[in-house]
Design a protein around this ligand. Structure first.
Ligand code: C2E
Ligand code: MG
Ligand code: MG
Length: 560
């Protein structure tokens, strides 16, 4: 009788409240459910709940948590709360349960009243509020608050891992005029589209935000190399080449960019933004449409980078390149085994810059494919000429950089050149570095496989300067290893280098590959290498990189 009274009383209260109530015993078994008029909130009819255990509805972790909270409510006799999420019909729903100790006993067990409130709408509103508080309404980019948060995290992370990141302060040139000459609405659309272009050119790990008006911030993590930053600036410049089409107006814009590096230029977000802002201000003062670094040292380096890049572009247009050829010889019988093609740029403004730096910049600015096509075409037509002179018992080695090897058209281009010059694929040997192998690109692997199938061979260049991973050597089934010059140059003086080189030679030979020593410059080095059992040598002691005409003479000598 008593039970019926409290039940009815409770039911009338519960029906007026948005909550569900359950009577649950100390073990987590549902004794009763009070849900008058709210059946749709239960997801299950009342009868299917009574007598069931919390584990029937929740996963193990949540059930455990629930039982613990019930026990705590009973032992402390104080109301407890628990918040939890459930995946209901693939929608995340949020709940808050208040667990209240009661004096009711069921089958000799203590009970609690669990009052559950659906918090989904509140939670969604909270998330929405947080989003609105941290994002810019116009562009949907992170706003000042969130950017500060990200930047402080990034600075702390860079300090911890001893890495370097950068902050780009980007300001649209003459934005006020755009607002005045067109309309504020046009200005807003431009900002929105500018934000989109900015987002498109960045990597997933980069953070783009809007500070205010026409001021945008870009946080780049891990910019160890100056070129990492300049590469993004180059992309932004390219992205802005195309005018913005707004209400049938073609609007062209330029930007001024100030760059500060962290942690060196600022210990916290405030300082760093100030430094980048100051650098941006200097760009404005000096005529806009450019960028500069807060630190002078970087500014000089970056001007050099763009100068080289522009000159390379011109050299490609003018076909202003040539190739030198450096032979490799067998230590067994002095025979000529390979001839390595080494690119030279003839444009006198950059002809003194090491070709490896030019290649690096060409890679960063996507000019490498034009250069690659030149080298392959030139080498193949050269091979054809030498071949007509003497059937080649040697190979022609061509260096392939990281992006060249990942080029999806590489095999097709090589096959075309081989056919055009009527030469056999087996004469080509490609030199790649260990880091290129490790990049793990799908196209790189596929290209290696296909070229090997055609009959080309592969060697690892500059071995010892990268990860020297034995598993790579095995996995990629390579033909030849070239030990880097840095180990050869100190062979006479350094006991350590002797140990490394002799062990490397023994190991490579064990794996059934040919071993070449790069950069051999004197007789002593040759004697040591011979004693270690090295197969082949390359270096100034035998021949400098030669003009094609000089190679012709060499071939005729070796023919005799
Ligand atoms: P690499 O493939 O390791 O080429 C060997 C480099 O060492 C060449 O420098 C060569 O001139 C130099 N060398 C050879 N013997 C000696 C020696 O006894 N002593 C000294 N001090 N140096 C020696 P180079 O021509 O400046 O090339 C540098 C790097 O640029 C090459 O290293 C290669 O990685 C890259 N490279 C050159 N041509 C091409 C190309 O056509 N395509 C690609 N992707 N990379 C290239
Ligand atoms: Mg090489
Ligand atoms: Mg090398």
């Amino acid at each position: 009788m008593k039970t019926n009274t409290y039940k009815k009383y409770l039911e009338s209260i519960v029906s007026a409240m948005p909550d569900l109530m359950f009577l649950v015993d100390e073990e987590g078994t549902y004794i009763d459910v009070f849900s008058s008029g709210k059946e749709e909130l239960l997801y299950k009819p009342k009868e299917e709940i009574i007598g069931k255990h919390v584990t029937d509805f929740f996963n193990d972790a949540l059930s455990e948590k629930f039982v613990a909270v019930i026990n705590k409510a009973i032992s402390s006799q104080i109301l407890q709360r628990i918040e939890y999420e459930l995946d209901i019909s693939s929608r995340q729903e949020y709940f808050e349960a208040r667990v209240m100790p009661t004096h009711i006993k069921e089958n000799g067990k203590q009970t609690v009243m669990v009052i559950v409130r659906d918090m989904t709408d509140i939670q969604h509103n909270k998330t929405k509020m947080h989003y609105l508080a941290t994002h810019d309404a116009l562009t949907t980019l992170p706003n000042r608050t969130l950017i500060f948060e990200h930047l402080n995290h990034a600075i702390a992370a860079a300090k911890r891992s001893a890495t370097r990141g950068s902050l780009l302060f980007i300001d649209i040139d003459g934005f006020k005029d755009i607002n005045d000459n067109y309309s504020h609405k046009t200005g807003d659309t431009l900002l929105k589209e500018f934000a989109q272009r900015l987002t498109q050119i960045t990597r997933e790990s980069d953070i783009v935000g809007r500070l205010s008006g026409d001021e945008f911030l870009l946080i780049l993590e891990n910019t160890e190399e100056m070129d990492d930053i300049l590469n993004i600036i180059e992309k932004l410049k390219t992205a802005l080449l195309e005018p913005f089409m707004i209400n049938e107006n073609h609007i062209e814009i330029t930007v001024s960019i100030g760059i500060a590096c962290y942690p060196s230029d600022g210990d916290n977000a405030d300082q760093l933004i100030h430094a980048a802002d100051q650098a941006m201000y200097n760009v404005k003062k000096n005529g806009k449409n450019s960028y500069t670094f807060y630190s002078k040292e970087f500014s000089i380096l970056s001007h050099e980078y763009f100068f080289i890049q522009n000159t390379l572009r011109k050299a490609i247009r003018d076909n202003d390149f040539s190739i030198l050829y450096q032979p490799e010889f067998s230590l067994k019988d002095n025979s000529l085994t390979s001839i390595e093609a080494l690119l030279r740029c003839n444009n006198e403004d950059i002809s003194d810059i090491p070709i490896s730096r030019l290649i690096h910049i060409a890679e960063e600015s996507n000019l490498i494919h034009n250069i690659s096509r030149y080298v392959l075409e030139k080498c193949c037509s050269q091979i054809k000429q030498w071949q007509d002179l003497t059937p080649p018992p040697f190979k022609i080695a061509i260096n392939l950089s990281r992006k060249e090897l990942s080029d999806k058209d590489l095999v097709e281009v090589i096959e075309k050149n081989l056919t055009a010059c009527n030469i056999d694929a087996s004469i080509l040997e490609f030199e790649i570095t260990e880091s290129t192998l490790l990049q793990n690109s799908h196209f790189a692997k596929q290209n290696i496989d296909q070229l090997r199938k055609l009959g080309c061979s592969f060697s690892i260049d500059d071995y010892g300067t990268g990860f020297s991973s034995l598993s790579n050597l095995r996995e990629f089934n390579l033909d030849k290893i070239k030990i880097d010059r840095s180990f050869i140059s100190d062979l006479e003086e350094s006991e350590n280098d002797r140990i490394i080189v002799s062990a490397t030679i023994a190991m490579i030979k064990q794996l059934g590959m040919t071993v070449v020593a790069e950069g051999v410059e004197n007789k002593t080095q040759e004697t040591i290498l011979k004693a270690f059992g090295c197969d082949e040598v390359q270096g100034y002691y035998y021949a400098y990189p030669l003009e094609a005409e000089e190679v012709k003479k060499l071939l005729l000598e070796h023919k005799e």
